[in-house]
Design a protein around this ligand. Structure first.
Ligand code: ADP
Length: 191
């Protein structure tokens, strides 16, 4: 297996989705399609935007251990199939995916030589608070997350092979591009 997977981890609102989307739209890495139990929206194509499962199908797959990570969001299930990731590796491709800490750890355990974890952090916990406020995030869960930010920074640093500080998006994206192109290099690593 010669492919590789770059996993972006970091606190909610730090810019993981933004950075991953840039890499996908520039054709630097593949996107991994997520599974969901929510309904298909008019502008979506099954198998391209998401894999759409019934709750029973999703639960069966969960029982079979097919997901690297799955979660409930607003009453629906979302998950990433291990199969999707192993296909990338087997075909020698490169993918960028944003995952939670548990999912990132599990993937690294499955394929330690092919998985690189990139920790994305804001310049400071205050800047993350500002960004979340600007995004209009106010729910109770987010308030809890804000309180847990400092603890989360330690988790990110412990798991990550590389750290990228997302202050100016263009600079952070340049760093991501460098890491994608060289994998391991003279860039400062965490270990
Ligand atoms: P995550 O996927 O980590 O939760 P997002 O990629 O959804 O975070 O980004 C959260 C918000 O922050 C979005 O509105 C995004 O446009 C904005 N954002 C991302 N990077 C930066 C940056 N460097 N400076 C300011 N805002 C940013």
């Amino acid at each position: 297996m010669t492919g590789c997977i770059f996993v972006l981890i970091g606190p909610s609102g730090v810019g993981k989705t933004t950075l991953a989307s840039l890499a996908h739209s520039d054709g630097l890495a593949e996107r991994i399609i997520t599974c969901t139990t929510r309904s298909v929206r008019p502008n979506e194509s099954p198998g391209q935007d998401y894999f759409f499962f019934t709750l029973d199908e999703f639960t069966d797959r969960e029982r079979n251990g097919e997901f690297v990570e799955n979660e409930w969001i607003h009453g629906y299930r979302y998950g990433v199939l291990i199969r999707e990731l192993s296909e990338v590796l087997q075909s020698g491709h490169r993918a960028v995916i944003s995952l939670g800490y548990g999912g990132a750890e599990r993937l690294k355990h499955l394929w330690p030589d092919q998985v690189t974890i990139l920790g994305i952090l804001p310049p400071s916990s205050d800047s993350l608070r500002q960004r979340l406020k600007a995004r209009g995030t106010q729910d109770a869960e987010m308030l809890l997350r804000l309180r847990a930010i400092d603890q989360e920074f330690h988790t990110v640093q412990a798991l990550a092979d590389y750290m990228v500080v997302n202050d100016q998006l263009a600079t952070a994206y340049q760093q991501l591009q460098q890491i994608l192109s060289v994998g391991a290099s003279s860039l400062m690593t965490n270990h």
